[in-house]
Design a binder for this molecule. Structure first.
Ligand code: FES
Length: 178
C-alpha cells in the first residue's frame, strides 16, 4: 500500500450498517403492535384468573341482634350478607327466627320450608306454638321440628355470641331436633 492509498483509507468514514426504511418501519410498527396487544391481552388474562387469586369469603358472620333482646319466643331478624361467587358479587337479604331455647342456647332457624321452599309464617300466629307454611300447610315446632307435610326440620344458621351480640353464619342442618 502506497502513501496515497493510506491517506484515502484514513479519511474514509467507517462504513456503518445502515437500516433500510422497510426495516425501520417493521421494527417500529412491530414494537407498537406488541405493546398494544400486551395492553389489551394482559387485562383479559388478569380478568380471567382474578377470582382464582382472590381469597374466598367463607363462613363470614353477620351481627343481627343484641343477645339481651332474644327471648324464648322466636323473633324475626332480617339481615344482608355479602356474597362473592367468582365474578359475581351480591348482597342477598336473608331472614331468621332467633330464639333462646329452654337450655339457654341461642339458635336461629331458617324460614325456608323444607317441603318446597316457601317462607314459613310467624311463630304461633295461625296455630299456637307452631310455624305454619302457607303453601301446603307444613307445620314445625319452636325448634324447627317437622310435624306435618315437610320431610325434614328447618335448617339452622350457625350462631356466635360476641360482646353481647348475636352473629349468624352459614346454614346447616338442624342440630336441635333429635
Ligand atoms: S312449601 Fe311449605 S308446605 Fe309446601
Amino acid at each position: 500500500m502506497d502513501h496515497n492509498q493510506q491517506q484515502d483509507t484514513a479519511h474514509k468514514p467507517a462504513k456503518r450498517k445502515e437500516m433500510t426504511r422497510r426495516q425501520f418501519l417493521s421494527y417500529t410498527l412491530g414494537g407498537a403492535g406488541a405493546f398494544m396487544a400486551a395492553g389489551s391481552i394482559l387485562p383479559m388474562i388478569r380478568f380471567a384468573v382474578d377470582p382464582l387469586l382472590q381469597p374466598k369469603q367463607v363462613g363470614s358472620f353477620v351481627k343481627v341482634i343484641e343477645e339481651s333482646k332474644v327471648t324464648n319466643q322466636p323473633q324475626q331478624v332480617d339481615f344482608k350478607i355479602h356474597q362473592v361467587d367468582g365474578w359475581y358479587e351480591s348482597d342477598p337479604k336473608l331472614q331468621a327466627w332467633v330464639t333462646k331455647g329452654d337450655d339457654g342456647v341461642v339458635y336461629a332457624l331458617s324460614p325456608v320450608c323444607k317441603h318446597l321452599g316457601c317462607t314459613i309464617g310467624q311463630f304461633g300466629k295461625e296455630i299456637p306454638n307452631r310455624f305454619l307454611c302457607p303453601c301446603h300447610g307444613a307445620q314445625y315446632d319452636k325448634n324447627g321440628k317437622n310435624l306435618k307435610v315437610a320431610p325434614r326440620p328447618l335448617d339452622e344458621y350457625q350462631v356466635k355470641l360476641n360482646n353481647g351480640w348475636v352473629y349468624l353464619g352459614p346454614l346447616e342442618p338442624n342440630t336441635r331436633v333429635k
